[in-house]
Write a protein that binds this ligand. Structure first.
Ligand SMILES: CCCCCCCC/C=C\C/C=C/C(=O)SCCNC(=O)CCNC(=O)[C@H](O)C(C)(C)COP(=O)(O)OP(=O)(O)OC[C@H]1O[C@@H](n2cnc3c(N)ncnc32)[C@H](O)[C@@H]1OP(=O)(O)O
Length: 712
């Protein structure tokens, strides 16, 4: 697992060999330490180069070992190995190709010199796994770069390109050629030279003025980045240790902090997210289609129909993935404006042409319809596309909730029709729901999943039902939030509870950002509000269940959110982003409660969380029961990458498992008893069955789900 060879007579080349990313598994650690000792004791060896086999230097510690302390403890510890590397009396050069991440960069920091390929990238991304760089990285990096630059890298976990790393002083040299050959030549030139100053553990941290104020500020910043997450705060504490303590004391602090994080639920949740993200690519459908058996036809040309905000973002995402795109907008003034906006986002033309005529989509391999949410309009477009587009072209809709199968019925190629549910802004957000209807072919799903990967998206294959997975689960969450306002809560209270849980924005701020009118239009389409509702119908009941008209009333007042400068909050002007409490809303809610004979009661944050999150989770179990999502992991990927669910809480289904399924069930039963007219609070049968089977771990839920009808 670590190759050892002597080249040019005096250079020991140690090559880490553990495909695909050369992670530092127990076997690699064993091999590394043996190789370092061999190099130390061989009198012929005068210098050492450490590299990665077949490309990447090293992707860090083996994350698969993290769930099991006995795995972590088998083989030598990284700290011990890196100490031996740093202490070697012969120059050690890291030859970095591909990437040096986490433990991989920590290894490079223990080397005396760092050579990088010009396309390599380096980083300490442990924070996104709920950890800190716990093999000396939090102590060595600040000594090399200074506190500011090191803290930025450690707290954000960002990958730094080779050019920037050279400027920062993290890499000593770059090469466009063979990195190992260049490192070997350099190692030979360094043979016999003093090394003391090259050992970062020997160096003091560059001094920093106003150190207390600096770290206070850093803590506030870290808290704001990911609310409730422990790892960013521990990273700040560790770097503070580097700035204020001798190296060995700093290492002790790093170790203590790492042990606490490593055994925490947050690290477990973040690790789960890491594998969930990658697992989504291994999609399956109940018809037997699988990611590894289905050949996807490549897509190289696309057409986007409708150039509103979504259509523009989709055009940019497709063009950035290297597709040649024709963007179609039948309204001329909108077309000009969209062309300017897309060019700005792409910083130039970027393989996009524009047309006001749907015929321009004739030659595309894929068409994405992104007009506004109106079934009749979409049906008409799909009818036209069916005859305009070449045979074999895939026809996708970017609807966020409408029936894919109904659109497929308007075409002569229902097996080539699917949903591509992008999230706004489409060129930024990582999630893509790939929605298949009952007639969508496996090849169509395969092609869409492959395209999603090319766009850098986390693509999740889901089935067809109103709202698919994400928006279907969002509905009960939003509904409970409205009910809580009726019962006495304020938007500020609800949002504070959710933000403290870790969402970047509470439900009402989010609603203001995306526009209250969107949900209003959907509710009108569903016949829940608007002209279809007769005056004799009770205002707070629809189809025998509790309904809150609060969102509709807000829209009737012209309060659409940020775009109108007024929504659940007040904004300085239309389009402004800073939300302020609005006294008008307080009186509006008071009058509303009075009109409907509702008595405001004290509501605490725990009730907010339980009502909103348990209702959402309950719907998640229904989604699994119906087979609309293939696994709880897929649901969690959707929520983490599309809806801001905090990574350190793993996703709604993981959170339910962590809280305890029995406790979630008990909570739902309690709230359903108090609100029997709210069916979303009625525990679903899958949750009951899971609890009855002893609440198995999340990766075993599928065994309980099995046997149920599936719509995928
Ligand atoms: C009781 C307390 C005791 C305390 C003891 C402390 C011990 C720990 C001490 C030191 C701290 C060091 C910590 C770390 O190093 S944590 C790891 C840091 N590294 C990362 O976060 C990098 C993660 N990987 C990536 O970002 C990417 O994979 C990539 C950029 C390296 C490559 O990207 P790409 O080419 O797109 O490939 P994939 O992402 O699809 O990955 C391919 C494949 O490889 C698996 N994989 C990737 N990285 C790792 C890894 N570090 N360990 C194990 N497996 C890894 C990945 O899961 C994919 O496989 P698949 O899931 O089967 O598809």
């Amino acid at each position: 697992m670590a190759q050892y060879r002597i080249v040019s007579g005096s250079v020991a080349v140690i090559s880490i060999q553990n495909p695909p990313v050369n992670a530092l598994s127990a076997a690699v650690r064993e091999g590394l330490l043996l190789s370092v000792r061999a190099a130390a004791s061989d009198p012929l060896v005068r210098s050492v180069v450490i590299s990665g086999h077949n490309g990447p230097f090293c992707g860090g510690a083996d994350i698969k070992e993290f769930g099991n302390v006995s795995h972590l403890e088998s083989g030598p510890h990284l700290v011990e190995i890196f100490e031996s590397v740093e202490a070697l009396a012969k120059p050690v050069v890291a030859a970095i190709e591909g990437f040096a991440l986490g433990g991989g960069l920590e290894l490079a920091l223990a080397c005396h010199y760092r050579f990088g390929h010009s396309e390599a990238r380096v980083g300490l991304p442990e924070v996104s796994l709920g950890l800190l760089p716990g093999a000396g990285g939090s102590q060595r990096l600040p000594r090399l770069l200074g506190v500011r630059a090191a803290l930025d890298m450690i707290v954000t976990g960002r990958h730094v390109a080779a050019g920037e790393a050279l400027k920062l002083g993290l890499l000593d040299r770059l090469t466009d050629g063979n990195t190992v050959d260049a490192a070997v030549r350099f190692a030979q030139s360094a043979e016999g030279k003093p090394l003391d100053d090259r050992r970062l553990g020997n160096r003091p941290c560059p001094p920093l003025e106003n150190i207390d104020a600096f770290f206070e500020e850093a803590l506030i910043h870290a808290r704001g980045r990911a609310r409730g997450a422990a790892a960013p705060l521990a990273c700040v504490q560790a770097v503070r240790g580097a700035a204020t303590l001798p190296f060995l004391k700093g290492m002790e602090l790093e170790k203590r902090l790492m042990e606490t994080l490593m055994t925490s639920g947050q690290a477990q949740a973040s690790r789960y997210c890491f594998f969930t993200e990658r697992g989504a690519a291994r999609w399956t459908t109940p018809t037997g289609a699988r990611w590894d058996t289905c050949r996807a036809r490549p897509i190289s040309t696309a057409a986007v129909i409708g150039l509103g905000t979504m259509g523009r973002g989709i055009t940019v995402a497709l063009a950035r993935a290297g597709l040649s795109v024709v963007a179609v907008e039948t309204q001329e003034h909108q077309l000009d404006e969209a062309q300017r906006a897309v060019s700005r986002m792409l910083k130039g033309g970027g393989g996009v042409s524009y047309s006001a005529d749907l015929q321009a989509a004739a030659g595309a391999d894929l068409v994405v319809e992104a007009v506004f949410e109106d079934m009749a309009v979409k049906e008409e477009i799909f009818k036209q596309l069916s005859s305009v587009c070449k045979p074999g072209a895939l026809l996708a809709t970017n609807t966020s909730s409408l029936d894919i199968d109904r659109l497929a019925s308007c075409t002569l190629r229902p097996e080539q029709v699917l949903g591509l549910h992008f999230f706004a802004p489409a060129h930024v957000m990582r999630l893509l729901e790939v929605v298949s209807g009952p007639r969508t072919s496996p090849q169509t799903v395969a092609a869409a999943m492959q395209l999603g990967r090319r766009m850098g998206k986390v693509s999740v294959a889901v089935g067809n039902c109103p709202g698919f997975v994400g928006n279907r689960m969002l509905k009960p969450y939003l509904e409970q939030a409205y009910f809580l306002l009726e019962e006495g809560a304020s938007p500020e209270l609800v949002d504070a509870a959710l933000e403290e849980f870790g969402f970047p924005m509470g439900v009402f701020k989010m609603s203001d950002l995306s526009g209250l009118d969107i949900g209003w239009r959907v509710r009108k389409e569903e016949g829940l509000t608007g002209p279809g509702v007769t005056a004799d119908q009770p205002m707070r009941t629809r189809r025998g269940r509790r309904y809150s008209p609060l969102g509709d009333l807000m829209c009737e007042e012209g309060r659409y959110g940020q775009k109108t400068g007024r929504g659940w909050y007040l904004y300085d002007r239309p389009g402004a982003r800073v939300a302020r409490s609005d006294p008008w809303l307080r009186s509006f809610l008071e009058e509303y409660r009075e009109r409907h004979g509702l008595l405001a009661r004290r509501i605490d944050q725990q009730e907010v969380l339980e009502r909103c999150l348990y209702a959402l989770i309950n719907e998640g179990f229904r989604v699994l029961e119906d087979g609309v999502a293939a696994s709880p992991q897929n649901i969690d990927a959707i929520y983490v990458f599309g809806y801001g669910w905090p990574k350190h809480r793993g996703g709604p289904m993981f959170y339910a498992a962590q809280v305890g399924l029995a406790r979630v069930l008990e909570g739902l039963e309690k709230y359903h008893k108090a609100h029997p007219d709210s069916p979303h609070l009625q525990p679903c049968s899958l949750l009951r069955r899971l609890v009855a089977s002893g609440s198995p771990p999340i990766h075993k839920w599928s065994e309980v789900v099995k046997g149920h009808r599936s719509q995928l």
